[in-house]
Design a binder for this molecule. Structure first.
Ligand code: AMP
Ligand code: MG
Length: 413
């Protein structure tokens, strides 16, 4: 089955807006066990859109079109959809009434151009859009079923989840697409090329399994994709491949699918009944920010000292000026002392990070980062040489300091 997206909008071609709608849909298509065959981006020009839709109707089995359903003169998609299918546009009374009612309830004057949004290609299925004014509609033409959605990301996402995906899943089942099962293993602390190297034998060992890679800095994700005769067989095959991949990647895998690094570290602390406090230098509070992304983080995150300058390290964390002078503010000893000071806030674990994020080097090269963990029973610390620019070093350093909690509790669970 061939699945496509077509995104319209001049703003997508001038760099003003990045096309995130197709990515949103693509991710869900992949999770449903299929994959987009093509994504096309075009401007707000009638001839372009009609031509693109004619091709789409004849080429795709299932497609999503984003944008151009609004009331303004650059919203051309409904008319193009009708022209490409050789049908007229028709006023859809229930939609017109709904739009009028929407304006009335918000005390906004209904201008005639708003009627445009109720003009739908003849024969199309109209789907109510509770999140906006323009409805979604579905055109069946040629071999294709094409869902037309507003471009506003919020509306696009809601309609995608509630209306498009159920239709796609039904079509995939009817179309005899072999049942597939997918899992994303999320890794930190291992390069994409090393993951690839580690799991290189998996497709041969498990026929029907494919692998794919994705980086969302500083995480690297491995996608496993299993195909078999039945859903149960696909799930079983996936489970075997997943076990093998986890065996090869070990503790580098911090989570799967919807897991976030923040929630995984937080969940571990919660499970251990532990709390954490930080002292952050080169990350400027980023590690605490990541940990606090997860709701309920106050159960385990005590706080973070942002001890950016040597003076702050002394004033906030009590680091002796002569130690700073002797060892340097970015050093193993100072980082260990900072972790101790962080734990002094009353936490089970104290974490600290210092380093040179660049672009200018300090007394050590750019990317030199020290992380330390302090606990009642023992301390841990590491010196890292992190690659990349300032943003990359900071994100890697923030993950690295938080990741020490996973190392500390490894085996304890
Ligand atoms: P439209 O439905 O064409 O009126 O688009 C409404 C707004 O949604 C545009 O002004 C953009 O800001 C945004 N938008 C349109 N298409 C996309 C897309 N493919 N990805 C992300 N945002 C979009
Ligand atoms: Mg537009």
């Amino acid at each position: 089955m061939r699945i496509e997206t077509l995104c319209t909008g001049d703003e997508l071609l001038t760099g003003v807006t990045v096309d995130t709608n197709s990515a949103y849909f693509a991710e869900r298509v992949f999770a449903a066990g299929a994959m987009l065959d093509r994504n096309e981006v075009i401007g707000d020009r009638m001839d372009e859109i009609v031509e693109a839709l004619r091709s789409l109707y004849s080429r795709a089995d299932f497609a999503v079109v984003s944008g151009g359903l609004g009331p303004t003169s650059d919203d051309l998609t409904a008319e193009a959809a009708a022209r490409a299918a050789d049908v007229p546009l028709e006023l859809h009374e229930p939609t017109l009434n709904r739009i009028r009612e929407r304006f009335r309830s918000r005390n906004i004057e209904f201008t005639p151009n708003n009627e445009r949004q109720a003009r739908i290609p003849r024969g199309a299925e109209v789907v109510d859009n509770p999140w906006g004014t323009a409805p979604m509609f579905v055109v069946t033409s040629g071999r294709a079923r094409v869902c037309f959605l507003p471009g506003v990301p919020r509306e696009f996402h809601k309609l995608c989840d509630s209306e498009v995906m159920p239709r796609l899943r039904a079509a995939l089942e009817k179309g005899g697409t072999p049942p597939r099962a997918v899992r994303t293993l999320k890794c930190f602390g291992i390069a994409e090329s090393h993951i690839d190297h580690q799991v290189r034998d998996i497709p041969q060992r498990f026929p029907g399994v494919r692998v794919a890679f994705r980086t969302t800095l500083p995480e690297n994700h491995l996608k496993l994709w299993a195909e078999a005769g039945t859903r149960e067989a696909a799930e079983a095959l996936l489970a075997q491949a997943e076990t093998a991949a986890r065996g090869l990647l070990g503790s580098r895998v911090f989570g799967a699918d919807e897991d976030t690094f923040s929630a995984v570290v937080g969940g571990l602390l919660r499970k251990q009944g532990a709390t954490v406090a930080l002292a952050e230098s080169c990350t400027g509070g980023l590690a605490a920010a990541i940990l606090s992304e997860t709701p309920g983080a106050s159960d385990y995150l005590v706080g973070s000292l942002v001890t950016y300058t040597p003076a702050a390290k002394t004033k906030l964390a009590g680091i002796a000026p002569d130690l700073l002078g002797r060892e340097g503010p970015v050093s193993e000893t100072v980082t260990i002392e900072l972790a101790r000071a962080a734990r002094g806030m009353g936490a089970t674990l104290g974490l600290a990070v210092t380093g040179y994020a660049g672009p200018e080097a300090g007394t050590l090269p750019v990317g030199t980062v020290f992380v330390a963990l302090d606990a009642a029973d023992r301390g841990m610390n590491r010196r890292l040489q992190l690659p990349g620019d300032r943003e990359q070093v900071r994100r890697l350093a923030a993950y690295a300091v938080l990741d020490q909690t996973r190392t500390y509790y490894r085996g304890a669970a």
